[in-house]
Design a protein around this ligand. Structure first.
Ligand code: HEC
Length: 164
């Protein structure tokens, strides 16, 4: 009898173990693609970006961070911006690892990095989005309306907020 109980115990400990306790390599539920990347987002990131003129550095975002404004910024970031959507360089998750990032020196800004983003006033972001960063891949987005730029700024700031 004791043997049967022993077999029973050993069976139920060993057989379900791989999928109950996640021992198999094939099943890693909850692991995100980013966790497997070898490229780590830069944080803090060294910037040699030119400073906006003083009057721009004083500006703060005139739009409210309403869901509508953030959504409008999100749409421009991922799809509509010309000459190219921000995501191809700054990445879908805003960490600077967009599909083009390996081609680019200096690297696109990592918007998820608080140390870098908290030091940048809204007006600085506005100036660079409008005028680009000369000598880098960051283009000037001349055809965006002012409001669209402020919507983008609400959107890109959301990337660094969660981690405060
Ligand atoms: C072709 C690649 C590319 C695209 C597209 C692009 N960026 Fe950038 N961006 C960069 C690079 C590279 C930098 C870093 C520039 C530097 O170090 O001076 C940068 C920097 C920035 C910065 C940082 C400014 C600062 O003062 O540090 C902001 C904000 C920014 N981009 C916003 C955007 C937004 C918004 C869009 C879309 C409307 C966009 N970028 C599209 C490549 C790109």
């Amino acid at each position: 009898m004791i043997r049967i109980i022993l077999y029973w115990v050993i069976f139920w400990i060993t057989i379900p173990a791989p999928w109950v306790w996640g021992w198999t390599l094939a099943s890693h539920p909850g692991i995100q693609v980013e966790d497997g990347l070898e490229f780590l987002p830069l944080c803090p990131q060294v910037r040699s970006t030119p400073n906006a003129p003083e009057e721009f550095l004083q500006l703060t975002n005139p739009l409210s961070p309403s869901p509508e404004n953030i959504f409008a910024g999100q749409t421009i970031f991922h799809f509509d911006a010309k000459p190219g959507p921000c995501r191809v360089c700054h990445g879908i998750s805003g960490n600077g690892l967009g599909i083009l990032f390996r081609e680019l020196t200096p690297s696109p800004r990592n918007f998820t990095c608080n140390q870098t983003m908290d030091s940048l006033p809204d007006g600085q972001l506005y100036w660079i989005i409008k005028n680009g960063s000369p000598g880098t891949a960051m283009p000037a987005f001349k055809n965006l309306e002012n409001d669209q730029i402020w919507q983008l700024i609400h959107y890109i700031r959301h990337y660094s907020k969660d981690t405060h």
